[in-house]
Design a protein around this ligand. Sequence first.
Ligand code: F0G
Length: 481
Amino acid sequence: MDKVGYYRRNALPLEMHKVCIVQKTEILPVEDRVKAIRRAGFNSYRIDSVDVYLDMLTDSGVNAMTNEQLGAMMIGDDAYAGSKTYFRLAEKIKDIFNKDYFLPVHQGRACEHMLALAYVQPKPGSIVPMNFQFGTSVGKIKYCGGDFVICLREEGLERQSSDPFKGDFDLEKLEKVLKEQGDNVAFVRIEAGTNLIGGQPISLDNMLAVSELCKKYKVISILDASLLQDNLHFIKTRENAYQEKSIREIVRTMSDAMDIIYFSARKLGFGRGGAIILNDKKEFEYIKTFVSSFEGFPTFGGMSVKEMEAIRVGLDDTMDENIIAQGPQFIEYLANELEDAGIPVVTPPGGLGCHLDASKFVPHIARTDYPAGALAAAVYIASGARGMERGGIDEPWEDPNVEPYGAMELVRLAVPRRVYTVSQMNYLIDRICWLYDNRELIGGLHFETEGPHNFYDALDSNSDWPERLAEKFRADFGESL
Ligand code: F0G
């Protein structure tokens, strides 16, 4: 990242782009925000986007594109088979990742579906060791008759820490699993970075060590590179051995160590879609059979050629340090400002978004009353920003009769790239500081339906706390939105 110093203040995140097209947005009055969150059943996935001021639910498919990406979309070749667009994107992928074969699919979870069909389904009861789980990944593995084993270092689950690579594998644990399970291992999944523990990165040295173990035990290594942009920034800025290397060199080293790489282009490449890339022709032909059955003809595989052209250009932006630094810098800014105000956030700041630690923000709310869900609703009421609950509500159920409570109760405030400005982040920080000072007004939630729950379920508040929170807001802010 090019260094920009300041004369009168400490560093601020600085945008390395100018804005050419804008979309209007509105802030509802606080009373209407309470009505909207009630209508949405206290579930941020169910809030209509017209009711949202800052949409920080996800960074998936909502990053701003460049004029060059939009321009490239116009040269998309819509041929059903053998499209020029496919070969242009394949060439770009070869240039960046040094892999010969590429299969396009409609989004990241489709990559996971194809890989689970190819490697888990033929071996019922097989397992997939991984640094950490992600819902769509383990969903497909289980659907195909397998299971997963988490091999994260224990330090990865510490919410407040100075460990720069909380996404690293516990190599001893991984080796033990590979040794004991032998042929029963379908593949090893490496997530760079780890979404559900706060977008925390994995170091390149750790990835290389995992790859060596895979070679030793003759197991396929598969890299989930959906969140790679931020992870690359963290390798470059936090891992001493690679500070002199370019992003392209880092990617090449990582890629050469992995058998298969897949990614959601909704995140990587600033587009929409997904890709599976590999060097082994036989494996490519094998996975291709699933792509043509479930996704589309293998030169488009469920993607629009316009998106494929946008990804081609977006992958070059992903190699630009100034561009990929922006997300982590905004997240760091949010996290540092909140932490300075005494507000519990996951540290060190990771990628994807800033994560509030609900178990410390609202310690008076029991886990059975969904602290992270309640805090996400309260953030919406206080600011009109929609984040995502990452806690008990989101936790996958193993047994329909036993409600699971996961490792953490977090609220993720994702930072879509190039979409919001520093002044919008300052507004959000202000509202969260107000909320923290009034946190005792936040109450719990309960489901309106029996378990197991899913993304679309409705909840209700355990009391009229949302209305009381809005009254306090009105008393403190007067006429302000
Ligand atoms: N892998 C990781 C690490 C992800 O974060 C995601 C998506 C996927 C795979 C699946 O990709 O959405 O294109 O099907 N994460 C989004 C999020 C949904 O908001 O965290 P997809």
